[in-house]
Design a protein around this ligand. Sequence first.
Ligand SMILES: [Zn+2]
Length: 506
Amino acid sequence: MILIKDSTVVDGTGKPGERADILIKDDRISAIGKLGSQKTATVIEGRGLISVPGFIDVNTDSDHYLSLFTDRGQHDFLLQGVTTIFGGHCGSSLAPLLRGSLQSIRKWGDTGAVNVDWQLMDEFLATLDRLKIGVNFGTLVGHSTIRRALLGEDARDLTARDMEAFESLLKQALDHGGFGLSTGLAYNHSRHTPYLEIKALTDVVASRRGVYTTHLRSEAEHLLESVQETISIAKESKLPTIISHFRAIKGSEAQFEESVELIEAAAAEGVPIWFDAYPFDYSMLPVYMMLPDSIRVGSLEHMLAALSTSHGEGIVYESLPRLRVADLVIARAPGFDYLVGKTIGHFAESNELNLKQALLKLMKLTRLRAVLFYKNINFDITSKALLSERALVASNSPSLVEGRNVIENERAKNTFSRFLEIAAAQKKTIEWSVKKLTAVPAGVFNIPHRGLLKEGAIADIALLSSPVASSSRAYTGATHVLVGGKQVVADGAFADVYNGKILRRT
Ligand SMILES: [Zn+2]
């Protein structure tokens, strides 16, 4: 038994916090109140701390970057008080894999690092059960993952027979525990996906009470259209629908603000539409996404071949946007680790190239597998959107072991703390913020017994230091964290305890 003594309990419902003790037996909360001393219990001194339900990060990249395998503790999340994460976003999940390969995540992860001993969703989830990770994890089913399982590199329309096969694979993956469907409509293998295909597939998900998440076809130039398309899907399918990593891309701020209004208006009419967002000004961008449409077709090898002709190179050179040096940092450069953390400007200078030439050289050197940090987000407008009732908070990042060949990703470490600061500065109560990070996402994803502190709930609990309203650095992360009744963070440090549950849709 564990007794959390005398903390302020903010339970996730939104009601005002109250000082109380929390008693935990096995994996559940057995009592909340003035409990006196409990002889057999391990005591966590909670005075001056706030107890909250463990935060739920609805959109992470820990599967895409394979960090579930390389950083089982997922400590970046735990140290912020996040106890549940979701993956399988942007059209790519680690299952089902009919061809036994991880093609659809090659743009992010080093797929050689993992022994793929699964094909179907249930086999994948069983592999994770055996692995034992630090946080609770659930996954969506990736649209591109299934499409590629069926069609390989072919990006054609589906035939009626393909569609039948697609639907039965999707149903199976959902019945094995997948939480819903994700699409990555900006990526090569999915950007020509017709509306009717998405509609048919979301109807399948709706029949099983899942969710639908989407990386929009366009996040900038055609943002409004893309948002309208997504609202239509949500309206027609009545499926909880989440626009992934929604952000005000510089230059498209007006469309973004109008989109938020559209989403709020649709929600007011009962359309179950949401978006997830993070309070940072950069995105991570696989370098090949900067190629023009005419070259950005098919596999990496195919694009690389096109890039290797002088004609193709000319087309790419002409199409590259005029770049601001500070805006691009090399986050990942397989085979060229010494470049990680450098700006394109630095790389250009040391190679005596102009910026466009330098980018082209990076593309070729890394065979299009480099990933860039791109400061292309309007921070103020995106942060404001995070306070919308339709916003969920998500890092869209992997937890990473220090020293890996990816530069430090502040999003995985600080998204939730920063959100709490921003909300407090805008006079939102801690109760309002905590509900948004816990009970609300638990409701959208239909996860039972989590997201609230109450008797009988699973003991996923974070203890935060008390906030000083309007101080810009009030939250530094979680002091103590429990996952499933076990203490996994003590005094701000990961305790090397792996008690996360692999979640399945119920
Ligand atoms: Zn995405």
